[in-house]
Design a protein around this ligand. Sequence first.
Ligand SMILES: C[S@@+](CC[C@H](N)C(=O)[O-])C[C@H]1O[C@@H](n2cnc3c(N)ncnc32)[C@H](O)[C@@H]1O
Length: 337
Amino acid sequence: MTVLPDALSADERYCADTFNGAVASAALSAAWEAGLLDELERARFLDAHAFAAGNAAHLNTLNAVLLALASRDIVAFDREKMHATPGPGFEEALRARGFFYWLTAGCAELFAGLPRLVRDPQRAQGGVRRDARAISIACRTIARSFFDPPFLDLIAQAPIGVVADLGCGSGDRIVMLAGHRPGLRAVGVDIAADAIAVATEAVEQAGYGDRITLVRDDVLALAAKPEYEHVDTLTCFLMGHDFWPRENCLKTLRRLREVFPNARNLILGDTCRSTGVPATGLPMFTLGFETAHAVMDTYLPTLAEWDALLEESDWEVVDRRMVDFPAFSFVYRLAPR
Ligand SMILES: C[S@@+](CC[C@H](N)C(=O)[O-])C[C@H]1O[C@@H](n2cnc3c(N)ncnc32)[C@H](O)[C@@H]1O
């Protein structure tokens, strides 16, 4: 006998919603990448048949994606007509799409590998892999929406000649800065070849090849380079936690003073480990962020730990903005002490 949804007990419904949420998370990333979210945002209506034909998409998969989104009220979906419209959860899902992409595209292998990774002795046989390209694309959207506004506010009055973006990912920040400030030159530094590839595409597409240099380098082990000598402003977003644990972080911050002798500003923006929230009350992103870094054995400092460390470091906090979304995040402007 078929069990209808309203025949489920409250516990069964809750468990089904958890399962459906996992499917919908992957569907949201697919919907974004396929251009479906953009289309729904623009036209407020989507005919799956026409969309599949116009975008060389697989109709059955497209319908499954729309059904998964409908299960979480992100869209309203008429399965007979194959028509979708934005649901009550659409705007918030659109705003948070970068976090879903980070989770389901960037960290797919890590989460798929949890059953293996949780068993310590097997960790060495395959390690922990993430998709640097997908993460740089996810972080580009996250940074644009949530970190760039306070960042731009913090540097509004600061004269910047040459900027180095540490852990530059997609290169979006330096491309944006080059667009805002005609004389500005920039260096993007990242350890991941796939991130440098995304940044290279962005720089070429913007036509800033003469003003922006990309360097594949390890920010935790930098040595002086001609490209670094004239840098007056350092930026580092969403990778400051990689400086930790504490002693390493102090060492890296000290090293930045030596490698970038002319840097007058360091703009540091990051998300911290949560404190004081019960597991059932964890906000968007926090659980995924903390789980992924626990699996990778990356120490995540709390905001209080950052503040205490910066008190002792070679850099002094001269201005700050707190970021509410993602929770436990900050953007600080630091100056050499
Ligand atoms: C979470 S992403 C953030 C990307 C970018 N900063 C943004 O705001 O969109 C972190 C980036 O730091 C890079 N990264 C991590 N460890 C690094 C290291 N030791 N040296 C250089 N880059 C590193 C990663 O490859 C990744 O591109």
